[in-house]
Design a protein. Sequence first.
Length: 335
Amino acid sequence: MLSSSGTMAAVPWPPRYYSYAAVSLLVGLGQLFPAYANFVLGVPLAVGMVALGLAHGACDQLVVPAAAPAANALRDWRYWGRFLVGYLGLAVVVGLCWWRWPAATVGLFFLLTMWHWGSADAPPPTQVSGAVWLSHSLLRGTLLFAVPAAWWPVETASIVNDLLRFTGAAAISPFTFGAVSGGLGIVVVTGHAALWGWYARQRRWELLRRELVELLVLAGLLLLLPPRWSVAVYFVYWHSLQHVLRLTSWLSNGQLLPTGWALLPQLVFFLRRAAPLLLLSCMALLVLGRLLAHRLPDAAAWFSLALVVASIVTLPHALLVTLVMDAPHRKRKAF
């Protein structure tokens, strides 16, 4: 789907009913079989973490060439040099921040994740004004953190403090956590009231309907499952799956559109292209886990390590999505 200049034009946002179904199914299984949650949730999450979670960033090197296929960047060694230096350089910067300023890096990681997840869930910028798109992005990302913090305060604070201790920083006090949680809650409630009011005034009933459906599904996930489970389910079967479907359309130049129920061909298309870097990532993670096993006495430590590893690639990955994949949508006129 190319523009007259040979660059990638905006492609449709993927449907989210795949994610609605997957998230609702896992929440239902977790509620029906709480004593077997490690199996009924752990097994599909382990498979999905590889096939979707890790894989969704394993085609980052193809994003820029797909944006301007006429340039044939994949055969240009200079592109690969710039990409590796830029991508790995940003990853190294994040790693150094963890080593030098762990407490600040925890906060920055959560803020970046809020933006990345929230902007991925926002309506396409072609459907709303830039201000509404930005507001929705920030509100959705904030909601994903505010709801667990308010509903599961002990468990959510434990995740944050486990991560702080794992990186050598001091834990935050219950008072500080409560104050931050309360502030996020106020932002979420007042912000969504204003956003829904705008939808109603503009008679954007389809956008409002979709927003309410998504919040219903997400509320069930965030309220019914403890934070460690809900974060994993959202990341794998909502965020990562949606990114895979969107990037599939992007990499196929709009030929393999994310419509209908033909999910399997889209996943096969994507995983074939992600396979080299995905296999390399899995091997690297296995080696890293083996080397650090003596420092990982329990599940909380393993979860903290996973967050640190994820944060190292989140910055370059999020920049690619925002600056490259979202660019054609921002350039088109919103209505």
